[in-house]
Write a protein that binds this ligand. Structure first.
Ligand code: DX5
Ligand code: ZN
Length: 243
């Protein structure tokens, strides 16, 4: 290790801290970006490549201006594979809709801070049902809103685009926000709380996000669902970028 090189030294220290906190870099492909005519193959490719989670975007046309996947799709996925789900609820009043979904041990379920007046209640309900609660925040939402829900979360989903659509461009200031979020969590004794990033996680951006402290990477049209690249190659390239 070349300790005269500040960047390398910072990266080394961050890697060691991650090891101590038992966090590891993981990939969660955004299934809404898959080829729906070939979903079975896609899922088997995930399994073959040791993919850690499947990210499922649920949109209600209110919280975000789009519709995507829903309850039956999650149910079918749970039957089709043992890979844990990473359900991203982009819906108004998630506390009213949580009961519609099947999820359990090992799955992540995220709710947006901006979507409910009863955030703590809905996060604790996710935990009660055996899954891992995650809170999602939009690019403009400050980090300190998380202060009083820290005991209720296992991860923070930091949106790096405004949610609703695949194929958007990174909101650049979110890179600094990742670094700030990692220090905020560590300074409150939450070294084990993971940071997930969602939106324009390209190979290049993934490297920068990883250096800033991200742990779980939502892989969409910017990386593993890029046309013309095999799943094996793109997952290997993404793993190389985030290690
Ligand atoms: C929204 C989605 C999108 C998308 C990510 O929550 O998760 O952000 O599928 O893929 P990109 O941004 O690479 O198209
Ligand atoms: Zn998402």
């Amino acid at each position: 290790m070349d300790f005269c090189n500040t960047d390398k030294l910072v990266k080394y220290i961050k890697t060691e801290i991650n090891k101590m906190a038992e966090r590891k870099k993981q990939i969660s492909p955004s299934i809404m970006c898959a080829d729906f005519m070939n979903l079975e193959k896609c899922i088997r490719d995930f399994e073959k490549n040791g993919i850690e989670y499947i990210h499922v975007d649920i949109m209600d046309g209110h919280f975000v201006p789009n519709f995507t996947l829903g309850t039956d799709f999650c149910k079918a996925l749970k039957k089709a594979t043992n890979i844990p789900l990473d359900i991203h609820l982009m819906v108004e009043n998630p506390e009213e809709k949580l009961g519609w979904f099947e999820f359990g041990e090992g799955d992540y379920v995220s709710v947006h801070y901006e979507s409910t007046k009863h955030l703590q209640r809905v996060l604790s309900e996710i935990r009660k049902r055996g899954a891992k609660p995650m809170v999602a925040i939009n690019p403009a939402t400050p980090i300190d809103v998380l202060r009083w829900i820290l005991p209720d979360i296992d991860a923070v989903l930091l949106m790096t685009v405004n949610p609703g659509f695949a194929g958007q461009k990174l909101v650049e200031q979110c890179l600094e926000k990742i670094t700030e979020l990692r220090s905020f969590l560590d300074s409150h004794g939450c070294e084990n709380v993971e940071i997930e990033v969602d939106g324009n996680v390209s190979f290049e951006n993934a490297r920068r996000m990883s250096d800033a402290g991200a742990d779980i990477f939502i892989a969409g049209t910017s990386s593993i669902f890029k046309a013309g690249v095999s799943m094996d190659d793109s997952v290997a390239k993404l793993r190389e970028a985030i290690k």
